[in-house]
Design a protein around this ligand. Structure first.
Ligand SMILES: Cc1cc2nc3c(=O)[nH]c(=O)nc-3n(C[C@H](O)[C@H](O)[C@H](O)COP(=O)(O)OP(=O)(O)OC[C@H]3O[C@@H](n4cnc5c(N)ncnc54)[C@H](O)[C@@H]3O)c2cc1C
Length: 176
């Protein structure tokens, strides 16, 4: 869409792989997340463990498909077993993913168009749009209604892609 207004951002599709195990006896109540993001897990009341983990999987926005290759399932379960050894032999009963927009510096584009007055961008949430969605909505509404937002958005400007894109270490970890 931004390209229709003469602006470019190297956004591409990828998907966070998700897994759910068979129900197992209660093991942990808070959600778990390892610093490197290789394990993000929570256990439901029914006992199933819902697991997500980096790296992401390839996705095809045109075909609207984000398959999870079995090698990702095995890698995720190995990572989970390192954190919760009691789950080393639990069975995965379902996997899924979806299509998300990613940018090389792993942060979204949020802010006014640099070519078109009254056009505002918010895309490429790199896997964390749920978390920041309400805040993004607030910033957009402030810019649209009040003409400005007190939230500093320069790091999210689409203008950052006018020069060579900065590639974050996290991006290299995941997609190289
Ligand atoms: C499996 C999975 C797990 C995730 N887990 C988390 C998580 O734990 N925490 C987190 O913060 N984020 C998570 N995310 C990321 C989060 O879903 C996204 O960052 C967020 O949904 C992006 O919001 P969006 O509004 O930019 O895009 P979307 O939510 O994709 O919304 C875009 C909307 O535009 C509509 N649309 C598309 N084309 C057109 C058109 N031409 N005209 C009109 N409408 C159109 C689509 O139908 C869709 O409703 C996850 C994503 C996936 C796929």
């Amino acid at each position: 869409m931004a390209a229709c207004f003469g602006e470019t951002a190297p956004v591409f599709a990828a998907g966070p792989p998700q897994f759910v195990t068979e129900p197992v006896p209660p093991l942990f109540t808070p959600s778990l997340q390892t610093i490197d993001g290789s394990v993000i897990a929570r256990q439901t009341e029914r006992g199933n463990v819902i697991l997500a983990g980096y790296p992401r999987t390839a996705a095809d926005a045109i075909a609207n498909r984000a398959p999870v290759p079995p090698v990702k399932t095995l890698a995720a379960m190995r990572a989970l077993a390192r954190v919760v050894p009691a789950l080393a032999h639990s069975h995965v009963i379902r996997v899924w993913s979806g299509i998300e927009g990613y940018l090389p510096d792993m942060i979204p584009v949020i802010g006014p168009s640099l070519t078109t007055p009254r056009l505002f961008h918010a895309f490429g949430f790199c896997g964390h749009g749920f978390q920041i969605g309400p805040g993004v909505g607030l910033c957009l509404s402030e810019m649209i209604i009040d003409g400005a937002t007190p939230t500093p958005l320069d790091p999210f400007s689409i203008g950052r892609f006018r020069s060579e894109a900065v590639v974050s270490d996290k991006f290299r970890q995941e997609f190289d």
